[in-house]
Each structure stands twice: as C-alpha cells, then as structure tokens.
Ligand binder design. Sequence first.
Ligand SMILES: *[C@@H]1O[C@H](CO)[C@@H](O)[C@H](O)[C@H]1NC(C)=O
Length: 203
Amino acid sequence: MFFRRALVSLLGIGAAYASVIVARTAATVERDIGFISGNTTKLSNAVKAFPSTGGTVLQALAIHTDAVATNTAVQQTLTDSKATPSVSEADATTIIALLQALANAIVDALAATVAKKAAFRALDLQLPGTSKLVGQDLNQLYEPTALVVTAAGLTNKPRRYGSTKLLETDLLSKTPNDKKAQANAIIAQINAAFDKAIAAYSS
Ligand SMILES: *[C@@H]1O[C@H](CO)[C@@H](O)[C@H](O)[C@H]1NC(C)=O
C-alpha cells in the first residue's frame, strides 16, 4: 500500500517535471556547445599531458572520465537542440561560429589522441585491454549505435550516451538554408577527424 502510494506520487512528480521540460532556446544550445568545448579542451589537455613513455593506467582512466564527461555534454546539447523549435538567422550565425571553434578543438584533440597511440598501447602490458578503451570512447562519442551481441545475434543498438553524429544531424536540420553549406563544411571537418582517429585505434 505504502509502495503504491509512493509510486503514484513519484509518477505525479514525473508528470510535473515533464511539463516543465518543454521548449528550449538557441541560447541554451549556445551554452551547451560551450560546455562541449570546455570538456573537449580538458580532454585534449589530458591526452597531451599523457607521457609518451611511462604513463599509468590511473592517468588513462582519468582521461576516460574526461571522455565520458564530454559525451554527457554532447548528450545534453542534443536533448536541448531537439527541444529547440527553430533558430533565427542571428542565432545560427552565433552557433556556426561556436561550432567552428569546437571543430578546431575536436580536430586538435583527436590528432593528439592519434599521436599518443603507442603510449596508450604500452599500457596493455600493465592492464590488458586498456588501449581498447580509447577506441571505445572515440566510437561512443561519434556513433549513435553500437553493434552488440544479443541472443538474436549481432544487433545495432542505440547507445546510452550522446553522439556527435546525431547532434550534427539535428543542428543541420535547424540551420537556415543560406548557412547549410557552412554547417556542412564544419561537420565534414569533424567527421574526417573522427574517422581517422577511429581507424587508427581499430588496428
Ligand atoms: C562539461 O560539461 C558539463 C555539462 O555537461 C558542464 O557542467 C561542465 O562545466 C563542463 N566542463 C568544462 C570543463 O567545461
């Protein structure tokens, strides 16, 4: 009985909360992109600070934590972008400038990650599979789905975390027509850097 009442009141809170999360604004998305940038820079600095020889598993796990935080920021941006009905020309100009800066930070972070491949690989001697985590983090940041083994065989499942590709698609859908070419050019830069880094860690 108590459990049932507790559940009913929880559902009530859920409904009230749901009605609060309605429309977001471009300003929220702009703030969120700033969060992705901040997290990307933090991640990038940690990767660059990882020593070429003698790095520890603990340092690598701290980098993994930064990657997960970056992913959370991507997820939040995606949620807020989806809840933003439309974007004005002025906001689109601001968002594109933020995205270009973010793309530069992402390209830089991914290049640093590729450059540190041997250093991460060396960790596998201390803890087998550590360097696989780097490839997995890259993949989770980028791809909306993962191939997972289920009872039915290999299935494409949506990921728990945010995905750069999903965010790109959503932002592009809200970009005014006269700015789509610019947006596409930025997306191409980001995707090329991800493709290259993921390829580097898949061999
Ligand atoms: C990372 O993103 C979160 C939001 O997901 C934000 O609160 C935090 O300030 C960001 N961190 C940095 C270093 O920018």
